[in-house]
Design a protein around this ligand. Structure first.
Ligand SMILES: [Zn+2]
Length: 407
């Protein structure tokens, strides 16, 4: 059997940064390089229905063992791209055996991975730690997920563990919000699945934000400032006034846990025309809808003050909280919690302050909570993971797969 860390170190040698400015799928053709490797690995393991499609999605099926055909089919999903926030090219991992629990020098940059910034490092003392050299991210997000899934599949095959149908799926472009866009649910015939894309290895997350974007466009009237009295309408000033109506206690910088927010992500403007772009987030659906109503009422208020068509609001829903789907299928969460307990960990379910591919898949008909990978500090030079955490996640996946649910 190939060790899970060997697999990870192989995968991170491929440059798979996704490109947020691209309109193609995959967003960068380099993602195919790793996808081809995974396609071959799944074939070598003897999986059936192995497919690398034109959109750079890799699928495979480990068919049910004899007598297990009447159990629900499950799936495991992870993504092969890395975040465009930081370089993912020429990753040179540092491997630290018997880690002493102290700050780690990242030798390529001279920077340190500090315990003060990542207190969970203390819990990794004595383990084999894999870090970056400071010049790139690591790519454990989410190549650790890929390595853990494939290693678990190999373990199940080699140890003749009885199981139902197990699908695996690897997606491109998760980091630019497009990982579920072309996920083929007509091909990937699982009844439920898990993304393996979180941090703490004992986590099963099944709540995420409801999310919308909201753009206010303000139209002003520009005349010479010397002759502007009672004529000029300064759209930039009107926009500032409206922005100040939203509570500054409800921003990303002032909220945590299940608290929602309005987040002004962009403003552009002059006298004649100004736009304010917000994202709106809330776990609770009523509270989320209330936030959208508040924005709508501000549009109406400012049109009544400054005249019709001064402000135009356009909102669009980005994704919803998968809780509303998962709560109808709690056996999926319970199965994961049992597996996490079976390896001696306390299962933890925190509300995700973001979205997951699984949330979008859940609304497309594939209920899909998120498991931890064991990695931390994603999307930058401080990304790290321990070999032991990866081995634990492999065991969790094996345990889930070996306890299939009756149809
Ligand atoms: Zn990820």
């Amino acid at each position: 059997m190939k060790a899970v860390n060997e697999r990870l170190l192989n995968y991170v040698s491929y440059w798979t940064t996704s490109d947020e400015n691209s309109s193609t799928t995959p967003s960068s053709s380099r993602e195919f390089e790793l996808a081809k490797v995974l396609e071959q690995e799944l074939k070598d393991l003897g999986l059936s229905k192995v497919l690398l499609d034109d959109n750079c999605y890799v699928y495979g099926l480990l068919p049910a063992t004899k007598g297990m055909e009447n159990t629900k089919s499950m799936g495991f999903i992870s993504h092969i791209d890395t975040a465009p926030d930081y370089s993912g090219k020429d990753v040179k991992p540092q491997i630290i055996e018997n880690y002493d629990g102290n700050d780690v020098l990242l030798k390529g940059s001279g920077d340190y991975l500090r315990v003060k910034d990542f207190p969970t490092l203390k819990t990794l003392k004595g383990r084999t730690l894999i870090t970056t050299d400071g010049t790139t991210l690591l790519g454990a997000d989410d190549k650790a997920g890929v390595a853990e899934i494939i290693t678990a599949i190999e373990y199940i095959i080699e140890n003749n563990i009885p199981h139902g149908d197990i699908w695996v799926g690897f997606t491109p472009d998760e980091e630019i919000g497009a990982g579920s866009d072309h996920f083929d649910l007509d091909y990937f015939k699982a009844d439920f699945a898990y993304t393996v894309d979180g941090d703490y290895e004992g986590e099963v997350a099944y709540e995420n934000f409801n999310a919308a974007s909201a753009v206010f466009t303000f139209t002003g009237k520009n005349v010479h400032p010397g002759e502007a009295k009672d004529i000029m309408k300064n759209s930039a000033l009107i926009a500032c006034q409206l922005a100040n109506e939203l509570p500054n206690t409800e921003t990303p910088a002032t909220t945590e846990g299940r608290e929602g927010f309005y987040h002004l992500i962009d403003m552009k403007g002059d006298v004649a025309s100004t736009t304010l772009t917000y994202i709106v987030r809330d776990h609770d659906m009523d509270s989320f809808n209330h936030r959208l109503d508040v924005l709508k009422s501000l549009e109406e208020k400012y049109n009544s003050i400054y005249g019709e068509n001064t402000v135009k609001l356009e909102t669009s829903i980005s994704y919803n909280n998968m809780l509303s789907i998962i709560e109808k299928h709690m056996y999926i969460v319970d199965l994961a919690k049992k597996a996490i307990s079976s390896v001696g960990l306390e299962p933890i379910s925190r509300p995700v302050r973001g979205g997951t591919d699984g949330a979008m898949l859940s609304f497309k008909g594939l209920p899909c909570p998120n498991l931890g990978t064991g990695g931390y500090g994603f999307h930058g030079p401080y990304e790290h993971i321990s070999v032991e955490a990866m081995e634990t996640v492999v065991k969790i996946i094996v345990d889930i797969a070996s306890n299939p649910i009756e149809k």
